[in-house]
Design a protein around this ligand. Structure first.
Ligand code: GYE
Length: 347
């Protein structure tokens, strides 16, 4: 008898608590998704006849990345005939691999992959190939021995971007009559293993290697973030008091590096102690180019959504696509960052 009563009492409490428990569980579940990068699989209504595209974005580390994500989301809308499944991998390759596997199990029509690093994709791309799903690599590239593992690549030529930085420095030193002086350079590199980082490093080194008087004091990874850029620059400034040039492989690291340099009491940019060479050319950085804080910004165009959509349309109509599509890119200095350029800048 007594036992029964206790049971009834417990289940009574449970009944009262149930809504609260459910809310808590839902919140925990949401938190789990937030921290692991694993999101719930959406319901795809096949009758709507939309082209289903799974996009694995590598993260949200920079202003450039935010712009790239927006560009894709703007291009792959329902109005344009797409059903977009978007996953943010938060800088982890394992999250990207999970996302791709989930796209395969959802039988998407296309997979778009913006890979955080260039190696380690063979297995999962083979799985996509066996499932008959074309993979479009976006932005950074993949390093695979079998080129048939992806259909095409839309992005930038990062080696060329690195070379452009070198060419600009050659011209800059010549203009100043410093071509034969010793020049001390530090390099803030992006994410280890990322093709954008590797390409820019290789490209710049090719030009630097032609000048015996260019001393690369040190190169260090700054993960393409403001925070890391500042930290690495602070380290450089502590070690070397004769830095002439900073090559920073993206604008976010540049913002952090400039803060560190200013805090150390040195000046930057046109007429300053340290010459700043940056990559990306996002709006806020171009403003700094216009005011002379950054000497030159090698553009990397994140507006790749339209290219992705064009490639998908070609494939849909059974046409051949090229193996690589390079987006258009410029080099910006004080001379060509006009009001018009700043106003038109969408990223
Ligand atoms: O330069 C940087 C971003 O992969 C080209 O990644 C891209 C780079 C870009 O975080 O800002």
């Amino acid at each position: 008898m007594k036992k029964n009563k206790v049971n009834i009492h417990i289940s009574g409490i449970a009944m009262v608590m149930l809504p609260a428990i459910l809310v808590l569980m839902a919140m925990l579940g949401w938190g789990f998704g937030l921290f692991t990068g694993i999101e719930e699989e959406p319901y795809i209504n096949r009758e709507e006849n939309l082209i289903v595209v799974g996009v694995s974005q590598l993260g949200s580390e920079s202003g450039w990345r935010t712009a790239n994500t927006e560009s894709v989301q703007k291009a792959l809308t329902k109005q344009n005939g797409y059903f977009l499944i978007f996953n943010n991998a938060r800088q982890k390759q394992e999250n990207q691999i999970k996302a791709i596997r989930s796209f395969i199990s959802q039988r998407v029509d296309y997979i778009v992959l913006a890979p955080v690093v260039e190696s380690g994709w063979e297995t999962v791309l083979q799985e996509a190939k066996e499932a008959g799903i074309p993979v479009i690599v976006m932005d950074r590239s993949v390093d695979v021995s079998d080129q048939s593992l992806y259909t095409t690549h839309v992005g930038s030529d990062s080696v060329e971007e690195g070379k452009k930085a070198g060419y600009w420095l050659e011209e800059h030193l010549a203009r100043k009559g410093l071509s034969n002086q010793e020049i001390n350079i530090v390099v803030l590199k992006g994410t280890e293993g990322a093709s954008a980082q590797i390409g820019r490093t290789v490209g710049f080194s090719m030009i630097a290697g032609q000048h015996d008087n260019w001393n690369i004091l040190e190169q260090e990874y700054g993960d393409f973030t403001i925070y890391k850029g500042k930290e690495v620059m602070e380290n450089f400034l502590q070690k070397y008091d004769d830095i002439d040039v900073v090559i920073s492989q993206n604008d976010d690291m540049t913002f952090g590096a400039i803060e560190a340099i200013k805090e150390s009491g040195r000046t930057v940019g046109v007429g300053g102690d340290i010459t700043i060479i940056s990559f990306d050319a996002v709006h806020d950085a171009l403003e700094m180019v216009a005011e002379g804080t950054i000497n030159v910004d090698i553009e990397c165009n994140p507006d790749q959504g339209k290219y992705i959509s064009d490639v998908i349309q070609l494939l849909e109509s059974g046409q051949e696509v090229e193996k690589r599509y390079y987006v258009e890119e410029d080099v910006y200095t004080m001379q060509n960052v006009t009001e018009e350029v700043l106003n038109e800048r969408i990223y």
